[in-house]
Design a binder for this molecule. Structure first.
Ligand code: NAP
Length: 348
């Protein structure tokens, strides 16, 4: 079996940026982009990651609003382009951005396997990776870029209105027309919930911040900021019971239930934003890399992408519970490829 120089696991901005750099460095990277399975669909872990689940991306530098249709037609493989939605004109969409990155990596010779890595052995050299299909790959270096998935509550009505008013990313979706000058609901009580709620007040008439307790978990400064914001209305001691809506209008409101006396009430809203944490996709590592208490990969050298195992690097949201932006993720993917290249040149 030929030993790969670099195997990249994942298919978000970190993965494709790593692949672009590694392939231009003639390391012939092999990307496992994830499998197309029902389980991955339900978990939000299909190929192309979280960005493929969003609509317009207005904050990725280099893609201002405009008509990119002709460019997309030329840049992306026609067979793939045919399957994509027509360009909306509002900057670039998440799926378009991901297809462009994937195509760019392919153009430089990146090989792609549409499968999950379900098991790794990081104790032996070369490293050994097992795919869902059972296929075994050996590699000198690995870049883990498997991302994270936003936590949802798992209600059927929540699932039914995803992308039609239900979101887990205010920065991605908050500025959409359906949320402007309308009441919105944010669920959660941590820094993310406060940040999402504060951000949404730029667009919403009112933001109901629904939290299951009577006190925020968020840091003091964030909590004070939320308190001072007249557009944020706290709904303490309540949890989400159901999302209300129609096929035509998407979300029209939510039912929240009191955690103290069980009584329900309805809040009219055109949007629901979940901010109840993220889960990094690290379970397949089976404890072989050092993880934080929240299961994110620990980067062991400041300003580098090294992990606790020499030769294994991590990039993007799988090692970042703080910035979680497409552009920071892409930057760290580039860093991981450069780190892997340097590690290989010293190892030879
Ligand atoms: P978090 O701190 O873990 O907070 C999650 C919140 O969701 C908690 O308030 C929790 O309620 C609630 N929650 C969890 N499961 C729930 C459920 N099933 N139903 C209802 N509510 C539920 O997560 P986070 O806010 O995403 O923050 C993650 C990390 O990033 C933190 O370290 C945070 O400080 C950091 N962060 C920092 C900033 C910033 O400084 N600007 C911004 C964002 C995030 P309970 O409180 O009852 O447990």
């Amino acid at each position: 079996m030929a030993v790969e120089k670099v195997v990249i696991i994942g298919s978000g901005p970190a993965s494709w940026s790593a692949a672009i750099y590694a392939s231009r460095a003639e390391l012939q990277p092999l990307v496992f982009e994830g499998a197309i399975t029902e389980e991955n669909r339900i978990n939000g872990t299909l190929p192309l990651g979280q960005l493929n689940l969003t609509t317009e991306v207005e904050n990725y530098a280099g893609f201002p609003a405009g008509n990119l249709e002709a460019y997309l037609d030329k840049a992306i493989d026609p067979a793939v382009r045919q399957l994509m939605a027509p360009h909306s004109g509002h900057g670039i969409s998440g799926p378009e951005l991901m297809e462009l990155m994937r195509q760019q990596a392919k153009n430089f010779g990146t090989r792609i396997i549409t499968d999950d890595i379900v098991m790794v052995d990081l104790e032996r050299r070369p490293f050994r990776l097992t795919a869902l299909s059972g296929e075994i790959t050996e590699a000198q270096t690995i870049i883990v870029a498997t991302g994270a998935r936003a936590n949802y509550l798992g209600l059927p009505s929540e699932e039914a209105f995803k992308n039609r008013g239900v979101s887990a990313c205010a920065v991605c979706d908050g500025a959409l027309p359906r949320f402007r000058n309308k009441p919105l609901v944010v669920v959660g009580g941590g820094d993310s919930a406060v940040e999402e709620a504060s951000y949404l007040t730029k667009f919403a008439s009112t933001v109901y911040l629904v939290h299951r307790r009577d006190r925020l978990r968020a840091s003091k400064i964030m909590a004070e900021r939320a308190d001072a914001n007249k557009k944020i209305e706290f709904v303490w001691n309540h949890q989400l019971g159901e999302v209300l809506g129609t096929d035509k209008d998407g979300v029209t409101g939510v039912v929240v239930e009191s955690t103290t006396d069980g009584k329900s009430k309805q809040l009219d809203a055109t949007g629901l934003f979940l901010a109840i944490g993220h889960t990094p996709n690290t379970s397949f590592l089976d404890g072989q890399l050092q993880l934080t208490d929240k299961k994110y990969i620990v980067l062991t050298v400041p300003f580098r992408t090294n992990t606790s195992v020499p030769g294994v690097f991590a990039a993007g949201d799988v090692a970042d519970d703080y910035y979680r932006q497409a552009i920071t993720s892409a930057g760290s993917g580039c860093m991981a490829a450069l780190d892997a290249e340097r590690w290989l040149s010293h190892a030879e």
